[in-house]
Design a protein around this ligand. Structure first.
Ligand code: ATP
Length: 422
């Protein structure tokens, strides 16, 4: 038997308890990394509680014990039987990108909601304990000094996603782009699977100056200004930035040059490129195929330049390869009231009109489409730029592009660990 005193001082204990199904014993289920119990070094998972503040716990429900703990201020005294074999910690710290949102307060299955760590998709988490098959302990890299919190393990979160997915009514393929741009609207790409891995292992990557530049991918709803921003970036320094020359099956015009405006190829060649996964995205417009190929991107990168392209969000998955190491920038519309001011003189291009003013419903559609993109693909965005004032957004884009090349970034571990991985 051992007596353990902990000074609580309004902080949570940093441990969870459970009741043994057969013996009824109340034991410490887990000690939260960095919490009060962990820092004290006096309480371990498996310790059997006998008394809390002089109250015998035998026969009590865990909730009753938790009540005693919650009501105790200052010093808490535990009488306990220490666990005979303390688990040896052989954990290696793992970093992951959350591919889904998680809210412990809305999860009835979590052992202790207060000990849970809420997170949003795209956030980088440091996993410090994976001893439990269902509940891991993690903290956010944006706040490493905080005590760890409980998160569902990979296996558990996947199960939750699957249950949620099956509980949803069937939805046909979502079209994220609006009707503003005919070419973009007809993109044919597969959707990001709702059942993909809930966590993606990541590592810190610093590009070596001798390495190829990372591909810069701009994503955003139709009309938000992706093309405008790309055009301005490239014209600010065409020796440093370049777009990838698209392929097309349409006939070359007299003033065009093969490889300058487009690579002109036959339908058969184009389709072969699609089947051999050499197209990042493609679509049909007025009966002709258009697309951006991996080879065209590679050509720019091989010249030592920074390749800047825009993609449908469904194309992100295809571009995310070890070879291209894309840095994804989401161009987000500002509020509708701001856009009413900034887009007064702006023009949109549609299937039928070339120079049409933005209407109220175009702005609304842009906002809705941006929201859907963030919901479905936000986990892949390395950076979000709100395109309110064009000069400011351009300046932010320029510094983001340089940061992507020159500063350490979190990237999928697969890109770094093996030269042969996709
Ligand atoms: N911040 C801004 N302020 C004012 N006008 C803007 C701003 N950003 C873009 N524009 C204007 O909005 C119009 C649409 O921009 P752009 O063509 O770049 O959209 P897009 O995102 O590429 O959409 P699409 O793919 O449909 O062409 C253009 O006239 C552009 O000059």
């Amino acid at each position: 038997m051992r007596i353990v005193c902990l000074v609580k001082n309004n902080q949570p204990l940093g441990a969870t308890i459970k009741r043994h199904e057969i013996t009824g014993d109340i034991t410490v289920a887990r000690v939260i990394n960095g919490g009060l119990a962990d820092r004290s070094g006096l309480l371990y998972a498996g310790d059997k509680l006998v008394e809390v503040n002089g109250v015998p716990v035998e026969g009590l429900e865990p909730e009753q014990v938790i009540n005693i703990l919650a009501l105790s201020q200052g010093t808490i005294m535990f009488k306990l039987i220490p666990v005979s074999d303390r688990p040896v910690s052989n954990q290696t710290t793992l970093y992951v990108r959350a591919m889904a949102d998680y809210c412990p307060l809305q999860d009835p299955a979590i052992p202790c909601a207060d000990a849970g760590l809420p997170f949003k998709k795209g956030e980088i988490l440091q996993i410090v304990d994976q001893n439990d098959a269902l509940w891991w302990q993690a903290r956010k890299v944006s706040d490493l000094s905080a005590c760890a919190g409980l998160i569902p393990s990979n296996h558990l979160l996947k199960r939750k996603q699957r249950e949620f997915w099956w509980s949803q009514p069937f939805q046909p393929h979502l079209c994220l782009k609006s009707s503003m741009s005919g070419f973009r609207r007809s993109m044919r790409l597969s959707c990001y699977s709702a059942l993909a891995a809930p966590y993606e292992e990541v590592v810190r990557y610093q590009r070596h100056p001798a390495d190829r530049n990372r591909l810069i991918v701009l994503v955003g709803p139709a009309g938000v200004g992706v093309n405008e921003l790309r055009r301005r970036l490239i014209s600010s320094n065409p020796r440093e930035f370049q777009s990838a020359v698209p392929h097309t099956t349409r006939v070359q015009k007299s003033y065009e040059m093969n490889g300058r405006e487009y690579h002109y190829v036959s339908k058969e060649t184009f389709e072969n490129m699609v089947y051999s996964h050499r197209m990042l995205e493609y679509g049909e417009y007025k009966g002709y195929l258009y697309g951006t190929s991996v080879d065209a991107v590679r050509t720019v990168l091989d010249e030592g330049k920074i390749c800047v392209i825009d993609l449908e969000p469904q194309g992100i998955q295809i571009a995310r390869t070890h070879e291209l190491k894309p840095y994804i920038i989401f161009i987000k519309p500002s509020s509708i009231s701001c856009m009413r001011q900034t887009r007064k003189n702006a023009r949109i291009i549609t299937d039928y009109y070339v120079n049409m003013k933005f209407k109220e419903e175009d702005l609304q559609e842009m906002e809705d489409s941006a929201k859907k993109m963030e919901d479905q693909f936000g986990q892949f965005f390395d950076q979000v730029i709100v395109n309110d004032n064009l000069q400011e957004a351009s300046a932010q884009l320029l510094s983001a592009v340089h940061r992507a090349q020159d500063e350490p970034q979190w990237v999928p571990a697969m890109w770094i660990c093996s030269d042969t991985q996709p």
